[in-house]
Design a protein around this ligand. Structure first.
Ligand code: 13P
Ligand code: SF4
Length: 307
């Protein structure tokens, strides 16, 4: 990326001078992901890195709920997000007050909350999950609370997909990922007809009929791992567009077919924004301590479960 070279060099110098690390989600554009990211991965991997890094400053190259997760786990660190508007349709679908009402309606039923939520929502939850461990966390909660029903918020499709996988009754919410809800089973039929032999990989935020028609489903890290291990001749990743670019860099022999959808929130994070974040130490993520402590309990429970 020659046009970006001076900016990349300036960011990397500033990172060293300020004791900062950049946590880059798999949906970052490649120049961010490969050239300035210190840790790369899915939301679970980035949360683990936030908890473990010795750096004084974390720049979250991802969306706001990810930066909040870092701050919840590392309150003594300065956590910066280059653009405060980098939200998420799932996180925006539900508030802490909504969760309190759900709990009143279903007393004693454990509340599992997807990490794609605000700190306020996590604070009302018993345990968090990500796309890479949702089924395992729901099964754990059902065992721990000795119940056959679990509340899983706020993604209606993830909830349906986990219910199919586990056989556990799931009480859900109406949140949807605006990127993954747009993929259809017909897309897969057309892809298979146009590209015989193509391997179809889907993210679990996709609708259930897409999951059923795909060859494999998993978190962004699981999709990357699948391609790197199995090296399919032709693959399509039914997820955000930058995933294919980032995985293609490590699997040059694989042919990536690309219907994909852009996440407008992830795309608010740019190299220029990261530079400004470090230069001006902006925009700092702040969470009221009482909410942070309760939210941390839900995240920590997830991190403490066996891998
Ligand atoms: P992952 O945890 O799989 O990285 O997913 C995060 C996300 O926002 C997917 O849309
Ligand atoms: Fe949220 Fe979907 Fe964007 Fe992920 S891809 S940040 S779930 S809107």
């Amino acid at each position: 990326w020659p046009a970006y070279a001076p900016l990349i060099a300036a960011i990397n110098e500033m990172k060293a001078a300020k004791g900062a690390v950049i946590l880059a989600h798999n949906y970052m554009t490649s120049e961010i992901f490969h050239c300035v990211g210190d840790f790369r991965g899915d939301s679970l991997q980035l949360a683990r890195e936030a908890a473990e890094t010795d750096a004084k400053v974390i720049v979250q190259a991802g969306v706001h709920f990810m930066a909040e997760t870092s701050k919840i786990l590392a309150p003594e660190k300065t956590v910066l997000i280059p653009d405060m508007r980098a939200g998420c349709s799932l996180a925006a679908s539900i508030t802490g007050a909504d969760v309190r009402l759900i709990k009143e309606r279903f007393p004693g039923v454990p509340v599992v909350t997807y990490v794609n939520t605000s700190a306020d929502v996590k604070a009302e939850s018993d345990v968090c999950c990500t796309s890479s461990n949702a089924a395992a966390v729901v099964e754990w909660a059902a065992r721990e609370w000795n119940t056959d029903r679990v509340i899983l918020l706020p993604d209606e499709f993830l909830a349906k997909n986990v219910a199919t996988q586990t056989g556990i009754k799931i009480i859900s919410w109406h949140g949807r990922c605006e990127v993954h809800e747009r993929f259809t089973a017909e897309d897969i039929t057309e892809l298979r007809a146009a590209h015989p032999g193509v391997v179809v990989l889907a993210h679990p935020e996709c609708p259930p009929d897409v999951m059923a028609a795909a060859d494999f489903a998993g978190s962004t890290a699981a999709l990357q791992h699948y391609v790197e291990e199995k090296r399919p001749g032709k693959v399509v990743l039914l997820t955000e567009c930058s995933m294919s670019d980032n995985v293609a860099a490590t699997a040059p022999d694989v042919d990536f077919i690309r219907p994909c959808n852009l996440c407008p929130h992830m795309k608010r994070i740019t190299l220029e924004g990261i530079y400004d974040a470090l230069a001006n130490m902006q925009h700092e993520v702040v969470i009221p301590e009482d909410i942070r402590v309760r939210a941390k309990q839900a995240i920590q429970r997830m991190l403490d479960l066996p891998k």
